[in-house]
Design a binder for this molecule. Structure first.
Ligand SMILES: [Fe+2]
Length: 721
């Protein structure tokens, strides 16, 4: 807040200056034009334009980057309540001039304080060079309303903006909205330059100048950012997009990161490109990613924070934080990537290995669960003939012979032996083990969790068997005293829960990176091979991978009441609830928003099925992936009754309007075929669909706008009523 003394000084030094109180006794000062110096268009010096972020009732962060050689630079900042800058805010010296340091890639950030609440401001940066005053574009921003203000809050949220061969038509439409701010839930950049697994390889692209500093993947077919130079170049490229610039020039952003700001499906400082073939922990790479994020995102990290490349990760930068927008919205942004542990099922796990033997299951569950499968001690069983057969077949079957030891799944042994037998004359063939043989012990092997091959994300992060994963996850959680699912880290978790519990706002909005609501598919009645007639989790990289922790958090959040999770990551629009184990009526509402431009979930699934040797061999797997929304919302399998709405094929964004009574979301979607075309010059041709949902204060139900009447989702009948 500007003090009375500063106010006097400011008015005195500007001869004839006039103080115009913005509203009530707010101490903000507005001065008329301080000088009429000539301004020159500075587009060439501001190639990423400008941005604002983290609005609070009295402050906002303004961001710019100046590009002019290697030297440190200085920028002047101007803030006004009109776009013509005739009513300028008097800034103190520390805010009116800001350094654009070479060590931060000439990015400049300033926290402008002493502003009036709930007020639109315009801002621009001026780069003085020689006798010229080069000016940036004019940005518009808005402070948060006062905490006690009884006002509607209107904001949008977005995620996942892959740039490669894809256009930001989503932002073209979003820029036309009337918003207080927008939330970015992560994947602001993608660290790879064209991973054919999910990215386009044609159309506009990203070139990494420092190729030596990058990670070459697929024998150099594409690269992943590793050096600070690489990550900076990604931000510069993404921020060169005119539609993204337009959105930043129009609204303040509140951002968190997900995985791709560092590395796909990452945990902490560990990447997953090689699926367990090598340890991909790289703290320097993580810190380079974090530093670039610090430089390029208009985030309020607290007073005087500067990124220190010498600081240890995690702890080098804290990004979880919260915002209050009047009486009705409290936005709590988390960091679900920096502190979380590895996935439950290692990508490099040997499918045949038994993780829970019979004795352990009986000890933990009191009985052998139905899903347990027979196994044998491979060295001791049948004079070790199966041990030799498996060791002999190891290379061809894609695993290490050294793994063939201890308890091995009978189903796995039989798969390998059947393969070996194919090449042998009948009298030399090895008999398969009868799984019903008397005396065989039963347990859970990686195969039973969904792992069909070594070094694969399928059966580890994706497409895992629900019933066995539930058992394995619960036992791991108990034996590691919660460490196996410590998603937030102790400090963030207590901050998160306390912030939620102390909040007095109507809506406690959780800016959540990945899907909270369970997403399973049930193939037991499908025409697929026997081993696939089960229930599968789609994605253990999301909260389904942390279901015990999720339940623990939900127990507290359900009591808080009026908690709504807004989520990105999965490239799909979903409306649903996440409920307590055993009592799904105790739940919180989640609205998941589709990707700005990244391949929609359905498209990614089709690619995964086609690219996986096991999945692609299943007849009808492609059709199942193509029909994923009906598989997810099926009323015959009833596997996700909490999922009220699913659209896994479109791009777009979500607009929220919240007040003391309701939290309304408008899912604005764009057909995926539009993404390869830039509609900037033909906006009229771009179609944006709208689907509206809401939840009411004091409830945790979801309603859909059905041509003007609100229908409620009845999960027990899986119907809108
Ligand atoms: Fe993404």
């Amino acid at each position: 807040m500007l003090k009375r003394r500063d106010f006097l000084r400011a008015t005195l030094v500007t001869a004839g200056a006039l103080a115009v109180p913005a509203c009530g006794d707010d101490p903000e000062i507005i001065a008329p034009v301080l000088d009429d110096r000539e301004l020159t268009d500075g587009a060439e010096f501001f190639p990423q334009s400008i941005a604002s972020g983290d609005p609070r009732p009295d402050s906002v962060i303004l961001w710019a980057r100046v590009q002019d050689g290697e030297e440190d630079r200085e920028l002047e900042v101007e803030v006004a309540t009109d776009a013509e800058f005739t009513k300028r805010v008097a800034l103190d010296a520390g805010q009116a001039k800001v350094k654009a340091l070479a060590r931060y890639d000439h990015c400049a950030k300033v926290k402008v304080r002493g502003l009036a609440a709930g007020t639109v401001y315009y801002y621009r940066f001026i780069y003085v060079k020689g006798d010229k005053n080069y000016v940036s574009r004019v940005g518009r921003t808005k402070t948060a309303p006062a905490e006690e203000a009884d006002v509607n809050v209107r904001f949008a949220y977005v995620s996942c903006q892959d740039y490669i061969g894809r256009h930001y038509n989503t932002y073209l439409a979003l820029a036309e909205e009337e918003l207080d701010f927008f939330v970015h839930l992560g994947d602001y950049i993608y660290e790879t330059t064209g991973d054919p697994g999910f990215q386009n390889t044609t159309g506009r692209g990203v070139e990494l100048t420092d190729v030596e500093g990058a990670i070459a993947l697929a024998d150099g077919a594409f690269h992943a950012a590793r050096s600070l130079s690489n990550y900076r170049e990604l931000y510069r490229t993404y921020r060169s997009d005119a539609n993204l610039q337009k959105v930043h020039e129009s609204f303040p952003m509140i951002a968190t990161w997900d995985d791709h700001e560092f590395s796909n499906d990452a945990h902490g400082a560990t990447a997953t490109y090689y699926d367990g073939r090598t340890d991909e922990t790289d703290v320097d790479r993580r810190k380079a990613a974090n530093q670039a994020w610090f430089e390029y995102q208009p985030v309020d990290h607290g007073d005087d924070f500067e990124y220190d490349p010498g600081a240890a990760f995690p702890g080098d930068i804290r990004i979880y934080r919260d915002f209050v927008f009047g009486r009705h919205v409290h936005l709590v942004m988390t960091d679900l990537r920096s502190y979380r542990p590895d996935h439950l099922i290692p990508e490099g796990a040997f499918p045949g290995k038994v993780v829970l033997d019979e004795a352990r299951l009986v000890e933990e569950l009191g009985d052998i669960p139905e899903v347990a499968q027979p196994y044998v001690d491979i060295e001791g069983y049948s004079d070790g003939i199966y041990a030799s057969a498996l060791a002999g077949a190891a290379q061809a079957a894609g695993y290490d012979a050294a793994e063939v030891t201890g308890n091995i799944s009978v189903a796995f042994i039989n798969q390998v032996v059947a393969g070996v037998n194919e090449g042998l004359p009948e009298d030399m063939q090895i008999p398969l083990i009868d799984p019903l043989e008397q005396g065989l012990e039963r347990g859970i092997a990686y195969l039973d969790l969904g792992k069909t091959s070594m070094h694969s994300s399928i059966g580890s992060r994706y497409f895992t068997v629900k019933d066995t994963v539930d058992i394995h996850g619960a036992i791991r959680y108990k034996e590691t005293q919660g460490a196996s699912e410590d998603v937030m880290g102790a400090e963030q978790e207590s901050w998160f829960l306390e912030t939620m519990e102390r909040s007095t706002a109507t809506w406690k909005v959780w800016g959540n990176e990945y899907c909270l609501l369970p997403l399973a598919v049930d193939l037991s009645a499908n025409n697929v091979p026997e081993q696939f007639k089960r229930r599968f989790y789609m994605n253990l990289d999301a909260w389904d991978g942390f279901r015990n922790k999720r339940n623990e958090l939900l127990e507290r959040l359900v009591d808080v009441g009026n908690v709504v999770a807004i989520t990105g990551d999965i490239h799909a629009f979903y409306a649903g609830t996440a409920g307590l184990d055993g009592d799904p009526t105790k739940k919180i509402v989640e609205f998941v928003g589709g990707a700005v431009s990244s391949a929609p979930f359905r498209e990614m699934l089709l690619g995964q099925v086609a690219g996986d040797p096991v999945l692609s061999a299943i007849p009808g797997a492609g059709l199942l992936a193509a029909g994923i929304d009906s598989v997810l919302t099926s009323t015959s399998t009833k596997v996700n009754p909490h999922l009220a709405h699913a659209n896994s094929y479109a791009h777009g964004y979500v607009v929220v309007e919240a007040n003391g009574d309701e939290f309304v979301v408008d899912m604005r979607s764009i057909d995926p075929t539009a993404v390869k075309t830039d509609y900037t010059a033909r906006r009229g041709d771009l179609e944006v669909q709208s689907e509206r949902f809401r939840t009411l204060a004091g409830e945790s139900d979801i309603y859909r706008d059905d041509d003007g009447t609100w229908k409620r989702w009845d999960a027990s009948r899986q119907k809108w009523i």
